[in-house]
Design a protein around this ligand. Structure first.
Ligand code: PEP
Ligand code: MG
Length: 576
């Protein structure tokens, strides 16, 4: 028997492969006196040459996979690296203070970053993050510390690590990486969400897995149960190979619902949509039979970049998605940065409570040029399909009004420029805060649609950090308070005559379909892989019965009680 590691199933699937233990090597800065200044200066120069070589290789690879325009980013990096003033300053530090190359370089980079970060010019300010990044690579090279390249791992790798950032996840080469397992993180952490849209099996929040494994060990990941088996036995290999085949066969079977609508037994149709993070996710959603996009998280376009994407770049991405959906709804959310999502080129202040801080629309309304660029790109793309605009993290109608005024400004500009766009474009909001739930009917009067973001709504209703595994047992959307908040939002939307969907992960929770359908949700938007299962569930339901279930559910006093009532109901309708 192998060693079983338990965690949270974050993205379903079963993978059998080899461990790749990913650890960023620790950097040791020698602060003692330098023994030989010439050697230190050589180390500095050699480190810079090596960094340049690596950046040129990354540039070449990027040009092949993502095109010349993305690759050009690295030209800017190389220019920064070769800044002679910086180099001379570091050499001076080595000589004047008699210190090691790495110690002087660290000080030089920090000083330069600080200087850049305080400049008026936003473009130059944002170069501070680039320099930090390059500086780190340079320091690794000066000290001879190895840099891990996640985009180039051996075949059938299961990446095991403490934590995976969304940008780490974006770097993974899906031809070689077949799953990941992390010590921290929850189901709604953004790397988990990305894993689902990439259909990459993932188990998160396992605790101390890194100390239990070594690169090259055999491993089975059962991301349906949420376990990993290290050094499995022959027996376990056989069992999980069979389980994997069964899982893939069921996945295929469900895909036969691809062209079917989600219509209940009594003829009520709801939307079965998918969430995406980039145009690359579109083939997956079409394969799974999604009938629209309920959430396009545009921040990945901002995160996988070394500067704010231009209007043109954004327009191209939105247009591509709108065209591929051929008239089906494409709900595009404005940049939702902050919380657990940072931008490499934008200094976000260190905050005590980032999820309660300067994030999402709050950033955009303080920096309206960011929002206006995005609005212009969205409006231009709206001439090529059915685009709806969605605002995240709303707490007040002021925010909706200010955003609508900016949107109007953009419309007038485009009109004056003679550029085509959808003049009736809808502007809706995400329901992610109790502030909106309490006042849903009032918000509904000024919004064109609602979409419930249960990932945040759960954390804000229960005051439970969605990414903190220590309290993940408290993070539960079946808590009656969260269900009540969802019902408030749905009733408020309908009272105001608008439609309401759900794009939080709860929409793809197959145990919750009957409750949400009974509450009157108009559309479910989820990871593409969940679409067939949720369609199938809807087809087995009857609205009246589900309404009765909702009444019973809301009489319960704890999440556990709710789950028991729902399990009993689901058993009678789905037979399991
Ligand atoms: C949500 O909060 O439910 C949501 C869909 O947004 P995100 O997960 O990107 O915060
Ligand atoms: Mg959210």
């Amino acid at each position: 028997m192998g060693k079983i590691i338990k965690g949270i199933p974050a993205s379903p699937g079963i993978s059998i492969g080899k461990v790749y233990l990913y650890k960023e090597n620790e950097l040791f800065i020698d602060t003692s006196e330098a023994k030989n200044l010439e050697i230190e200066k050589d180390k500095l120069l050699h480190g810079r040459d090596l960094t340049k070589e690596q950046l040129l290789r990354i540039r070449e690879k990027t040009a092949k996979s993502l095109g010349e325009d993305k690759a050009a980013i690295f030209d800017g990096h190389i220019t920064l690296l070769e800044d002679e003033d910086l180099f001379d300053e570091v050499v001076e530090l080595i000589e004047d203070e008699n210190i090691t190359a790495e110690y002087a370089l660290e000080q030089g980079i920090n000083g330069y970053c600080e200087m850049l970060a305080n400049l008026e010019d936003a473009y130059l300010r944002e170069r501070a993050a680039d320099l930090k990044d390059i500086g780190k690579r340079w320091l690794y090279n000066v000290t001879g510390t190895e840099i891990v390249d996640l985009s180039n791992l051996p075949k059938d790798s299961v990446v095991i690590t403490k934590d995976l950032t969304p940008s780490d996840t974006a770097q993974l080469d899906l031809n070689n990486v077949i799953a990941f397992v992390t010590e921290i993180g929850g189901k709604t952490a953004h790397s988990s969400i990305m894993a689902r849209s990439l259909e990459l099996p993932a188990v998160v929040g396992t605790g101390s897995v890194c100390s239990e494994v070594a690169t090259g060990m055999d491993i089975i990941v059962d991301a349906i149960e949420g376990i990993a088996i290290i050094n499995p036995s022959e027996e376990e290999f056989k069992t999980y190979t069979a389980k994997r085949e069964e899982y893939l066969a069921e996945k295929e079977l469900l895909k036969q619902l691809k062209d079917k609508d989600a219509v209940s037994k009594d003829g009520i149709k709801v939307g079965a949509w998918a969430n995406i993070g980039s145009p690359k996710d579109v083939p997956g959603l079409l394969r799974n039979g999604a009938q629209g996009i309920g959430l396009y998280r545009t921040e990945f376009l901002f995160m996988n970049n070394d500067r704010f994407p231009s209007e043109e770049e954004q327009f191209e991405a939105y247009k591509t998605v709108a065209e591929s959906l051929e008239g089906k709804p494409v709900t595009i959310r404005t940049m939702d940065i902050g919380g657990d999502k940072s931008l490499p080129y934008m200094e976000l202040p260190k905050e005590e409570n980032p999820f309660l801080g300067w994030r999402a629309l709050r950033v955009c309304l303080d920096r309206p040029e960011i929002l206006k660029t995005q609005f212009r790109a969205l409006l231009r793309a709206s001439a090529f399909g059915y685009i709806k605009i969605m605002l995240p993290m709303i707490i007040s109608l002021d925010e909706v009004r200010k955003s609508r005024a900016l949107l109007k400004e953009c419309m007038e500009e485009l009109k004056a420029e003679g550029v085509a766009f959808d003049e009736n474009i809808q502007l809706g909001i995400m329901v992610e805060t109790p502030a909106v739930c309490f006042r849903a009917a009032s918000f509904a009067k000024e919004c064109d649609f609602f979409s419930i973001g249960t990932n945040d709504l759960t954390q804000y209703t229960l005051a439970v950090d969605r990414g903190n595994e220590k309290i993940s047992h408290l993070y539960n959307s079946y808590n009656p308070a969260v269900l009540q908040a969802i019902k408030c939002a749905i009733d408020g939307a309908h009272a105001g005559g608008i439609t309401i969907s759900m794009c939080g992960e709860f929409a793809g929770d197959e145990n919750a379909t009957a409750i949400l359908f009974g509450m009157g949700l108009d559309a479910f938007s989820m990871s593409a892989i969940s679409v067939p299962r949720i369609k199938k569930n809807i087809m087995s339901l009857d609205k009246k019965e589900c309404e009765k279930l909702v009444e019973r559910v809301l009489e319960q006093t704890t999440a556990q009680e709710v789950l028991e009532v729902v399990a009993e109901f689901n058993k009678t309708v789905y037979g399991k």
